[in-house]
Ligand binder design. Sequence first.
Ligand code: HEC
Length: 209
Amino acid sequence: MRAGYLKYFGFASIVFLLTLLLISSGCYRKRPSDKPPIHLNPNMDRQEKYKPQSESRFFEDRSTMRQPVDGTVARGYLREDVEYYEGKNARGKFINKAPIEIDMNRMERGQERYNIYCSPCHSRVGDGRGIMIDKGYLPPPSFHTDRIREMPDGQIYDVITNGVRNMPAYRHQINPDDRWAIVVYVRALQRSRNATINDIPEEMRDKIK
Ligand code: HEC
């Protein structure tokens, strides 16, 4: 039986001690205080470290924020394929042909993206009379002029990527693959205005006379 009492007292004294600890640690404090409560288990909550945009007494420029080493490339952004990502060849000249496979899916994707991103200004047919022009936006040139018909594919890609003069850049809204899809769709629009009978499959020719 003695062992049983001991067990009981052992338990009671642990409870008693824990209560004392709670009270003394401040969790149970009744009066408000400006001081932080005693932190029994720090759990690495407070560490010696630099926080973003704070001052440093170590670095010369007095900022804790460091510049990445020259030539640092974010993961997934190496983009060595300059033709695909910039529309230019190794010598910096615009490439003539889009470096992608063209099929019906790609065309339809290009059409969809064009109608979303370009048609408000350039119109669905590319004559530069989109709805934005009625609202007072500066009219863009028609895609059906010789100058733009003769532009290399890479240059149209570049216009979408970086914008040009009064046209804003669409780099952030449209990914490279979709930019190329738009380029080939613009080519299709241009061809639709300058088609000859030879562009139409033979079996369909008599339908359009
Ligand atoms: C907010 C209106 C607007 C949108 C949207 C827009 N453009 Fe333009 N775009 C312009 C204007 C304005 C110009 C004429 C820029 C200038 O010469 O100042 C232009 C010019 C161009 C040119 C001719 C560039 C040159 O060198 O003359 C091309 C090609 C072109 N846009 C393609 C596109 C494509 C493709 C899209 C869709 C991804 C697009 N634009 C979306 C307004 C727009």
